[in-house]
Design a protein around this ligand. Structure first.
Ligand code: ZN
Length: 209
């Protein structure tokens, strides 16, 4: 009897507990709403400053997106390589080997394309023709996966591009960097002709990015 807590104390404890729970809930809900907003920092992350808006990549490294898995670029490259015409593919493989021997990390970012894919690329200004060798699997766009188009690689005279040109010429291929009107430095292709009737017939292949 004397060990039992008095009813008053129990009620007081329950009230205190419910108040506490209410506080916790009230405290927990705003971050929940905030995390639903696109681009909002996760609960506990540093508050963004106006400076962050202009330089999102310089923001807290903890909030930065994880870097893409390097094996993804390599897998996409292998998939793109597999879409190529057999004769051309063998030459592209030699080109990739030559670049790797120089310490580059080349990946095929585009192989055979459907007409629809080509149309979109043309519309985006990344090609100048609807009659691309990509349509018949006789063209490939190659980049160093660490550089892509950015930084040093935005210069058409970047060493990777000129090395790619040299390796392509060594295989008897045409390099887009040698074109006068539209320098297409990641682009290499086989032969001057592409049979578009044949190109139109194969089913849409899996396309790497
Ligand atoms: Zn191309």
């Amino acid at each position: 009897m004397s060990s039992k807590p008095p009813l008053k104390t129990l009620i007081a404890a329950l009230v205190a507990l419910s108040v506490l729970l209410g506080m916790v809930q009230a405290d927990a809900s705003p971050p929940k709403v905030r995390t639903l907003k696109r681009g909002a920092p996760a609960a506990g992350a540093r508050k963004p400053t106006p400076h962050d808006k202009t330089r999102p990549k310089a923001a807290s490294p903890r909030a930065a997106k994880p870097k893409p898995d390097p094996s993804r670029a390599v897998k996409a490259s292998q998939a793109a390589l597999a879409t190529l015409d057999e004769d051309f593919r063998a030459k592209v493989e030699r080109v990739l080997e030559a670049l790797e021997a120089k310490g580059w990390e080349p990946v095929v970012v585009s192989g055979r394309r459907t007409r629809e894919q080509q149309r979109k690329i043309l519309a985006a200004g990344r090609s100048r023709t609807l009659h691309s060798h990509h349509l018949c699997g006789r063209a490939a766009d190659i980049m160093d996966r660490r550089h892509g188009w950015k930084g040093l690689a935005s210069d058409p005279n970047f060493k990777f591009w000129t090395d790619l040109g040299a390796a392509a010429r060594a295989q008897g291929l045409v390099w887009g960097g040698d074109w006068r009107k539209f320098k297409d430095v990641p682009h290499i292709q086989l032969g001057p002709k592409c049979d578009l009737e044949v190109a139109a017939s194969p089913p849409p292949p899996a396309q790497g990015r």
